[in-house]
Ligand binder design. Structure first.
Ligand SMILES: C[S@@+](CC[C@H](N)C(=O)[O-])C[C@H]1O[C@@H](n2cnc3c(N)ncnc32)[C@H](O)[C@@H]1O
Length: 253
C-alpha cells in the first residue's frame, strides 16, 4: 500500500549523478569528521508514546538526533535520494524529510499501524510539502520501488531480523542501491542468545556472519565502529553492551 502524501508527484530520478567517494565509508575519516560535528536543529516535538512503537519512549529524541547527525556526518546532502528502511514512526525520518530536497526521502515499513503513526507525525509536522514516499511493504521479494538510492539507511532494523528475513532485506538492498550508493545499518555483534521486542527477535551475530550474508548479495561490508562513538548514548546499557552496537556500511561489489 502506498501512502504518498500527494498524488501528483513528478517522476523520481532513477540513478544518482553523484561523484565517486561521495559518502564516508572509512572509519578513520569518519571519526575525524565527527571531531567537527554537524550541529543538530530542534525538530517537531513529537509525543514520546508514538515513538515507543520504535524503541524506548525516553530515548526517542536522542535516537532521532543521532540519525540525522550521523547521516550528515557521512556526507548526506539535500540532493541525495535516501531510503529509510524500516522507517517506523518517522522517529529518524522526520528530520531527514526536513533536510532532504522535496521527493528525496522514501520510507518503507512492515507494520501498517506503526507507519500510520509516522503519517500522523508527518502531517503534524507541516512537512507534507516535502512529499516523502511512504510505503507499507509486506513482501520484499516481490517489491520494487523503481529507484536506485544514494543512501539506504536501516537504523535498528537488522537487529530485529530473523536470518531468513535478513537475506530478503539484503537482496532488496542490493536491488535498490545505486552503483555509488552506500548502505548503512547497525547490528548487534556478539554471541548472546536472541531476545525479543514487539514481536520481533533481538539478534546478536558475529561480524563474519554479516560479512558472509552481505557477500552473498554482492555487497562488501565494513564495520565503522560502535554507535556510542557517533553520539548514541544508552543510559541503561553497560559500556560493554554499547560496544556491541556496531554501525556497518556496505557498497555494491
Ligand atoms: C526499532 S524500530 C526503528 C524504526 C526507525 N528506523 C527509527 O529508528 O525510528 C525497527 C523498525 O523496523 C521495522 N521492520 C522490521 N522488519 C522489517 C522488514 N522486514 N521490512 C520493513 N520494516 C521492518 C519494524 O516494524 C520497526 O518499525
Amino acid at each position: 500500500m502506498n501512502f504518498r502524501s500527494s498524488s501528483d508527484v513528478p517522476e523520481r530520478k532513477c540513478f544518482s549523478k553523484m561523484n565517486s567517494n561521495t559518502f564516508i565509508t572509512d572509519r578513520v575519516v569518519l571519526m575525524g569528521h565527527y571531531a567537527q560535528s554537524v550541529t543538530n536543529s530542534v525538530y517537531f516535538n513529537a509525543p514520546s508514546e508514538r515513538h515507543s512503537k520504535a524503541g524506548p519512549a525516553d530515548l526517542w529524541e536522542m535516537k532521532r538526533n543521532f540519525q540525522i547527525s550521523f547521516l550528515r556526518n557521512i556526507g548526506l546532502k539535500p540532493e541525495h535520494q535516501l531510503l529509510d528502511f524500516g522507517c517506523g514512526t518517522l522517529r529518524g525520518g522526520l528530520p531527514l524529510i526536513q533536510y532532504l530536497n522535496t521527493n528525496n526521502y522514501s520510507g518503507i515499513e512492515v507494520r501498517q499501524d506503526v507507519l500510520a503513526e509516522g503519517i500522523l507525525e508527518l502531517n503534524e509536522s507541516g512537512l507534507t510539502h516535502k512529499n516523502p514516499r511512504l510505503e507499507h511493504v509486506t513482501d520484499l521479494s516481490q517489491h520494487e520501488l523503481g529507484v536506485r538510492y544514494d543512501v539506504i539507511w536501516a537504523f535498528s532494523v537488522l537487529i530485529h531480523l530473523e536470518d531468513n528475513v535478513l537475506r530478503e532485506v539484503l537482496d532488496f538492498v542490493g536491488r535498490h542501491l545505486s552503483k555509488k550508493g552506500v548502505f548503512y545499518a547497525n547490528v548487534n555483534v556478539g554471541t548472546q542468545p536472541d531476545g525479543s521486542w514487539q514481536g520481533f527477535p533481538v539478534v546478536f551475530r558475529n561480524f563474519d556472519f554479516y560479512k558472509a550474508a552481505f557477500e552473498r548479495n554482492n555487497l562488501t561490508v565494513s564495520d565503522l565502529g560502535h554507535l556510542q562513538e557517533f553520539g548514541h548514548f544508552h543510559p541503561r546499557l553497560s559500556q560493554e553492551a554499547q560496544e556491541c552496537q556496531r554501525m556497518l556500511c556496505a557498497v555494491l561489489r
